[in-house]
Design a protein around this ligand. Sequence first.
Ligand code: ATP
Ligand code: ZN
Length: 289
Amino acid sequence: MIQEKKILRIAIQKSGRLYEDSVQLLKECGIDLRNVKDRLKTVSENFPIEVFFLRDDDIPEYVEDGVADIGIVGQNVLLEKGRKVDTIEMLGFGKCRLSVAVPKAMDYSGVQSLQGKRIATSYPQLVKQFLQSNNVQASIHEISGSVEIAPGIGLADVVADLVSSGGTLFMNGLKEVEVILDSQAVLVANSKIDADKKDILNKLLFRMRSVRKAKKSKYVLMNVPNENLDQVIALLPGMRSPTVLPLAESGWSSVHSVLSEDEFWDRIEKLRAAGAEGILVVPIEKLIL
Ligand code: ATP
Ligand code: ZN
């Protein structure tokens, strides 16, 4: 009997704000995806994965039902839908917040100002929970898009909508007054996937984490006079310890190390002060610890 080859099915957004980053993440994991344009699904030729392209709203349900094994979706959609899936990993893109915004001219002095108001939103469940936990009675009007225009056309008094920069709110004469939820894209999985699929998922996760770690790190090379080496090395974490190589010019060394993004600028300044010169900063593609 020929054993059917196991394949992991992942659901990602078909088009929209999460599409590019989702496809790019898979590609950076070394997964070949051809013909992704205008397709409903595609199978990778070099990794046992099949990609389904769906509306983001449907992804939690498909993963819960096992039509897809895993999926990439915003926490805002995931929590709104209330489906039972496992959240496996925060992905760090698609960052936004679900916020309450009111007309600029409105006198707003805290959540109680929302009492009795009509709130337009695409996230009725999340807004309901928010109002309940703040003991506010207000009516929720669910609309599926262009929520920000609702107050302007008299459909509602205030809105609860997704915000990233706040530009759209501003252009529509609204001001952000409460954050209901901070959101980003997450990887979710069906809670009952079998051992073979879990194995593929773990391989994928390992790659995703290596890619993300690499993005957060830089490879730095610098020239250092030998008498300053101890001082410079003390400033560098490195994977174990920095690499030190002699330069052709005697009395100088080349020092190589890995710095994380968070500490980057602070360290670079200190390194220069400690005598490092010709500092070269190089992106890292993958980082396996
Ligand atoms: P679909 O056709 O798949 O239903 P959509 O119109 O519902 O798409 P998009 O606007 O593409 O959805 O947004 C997808 C997700 O991107 C959001 O659910 C949210 O998680 C994230 N996102 C990030 N920033 C923003 C933003 N400023 N506004 C809206 N969504 C954002
Ligand atoms: Zn949607």
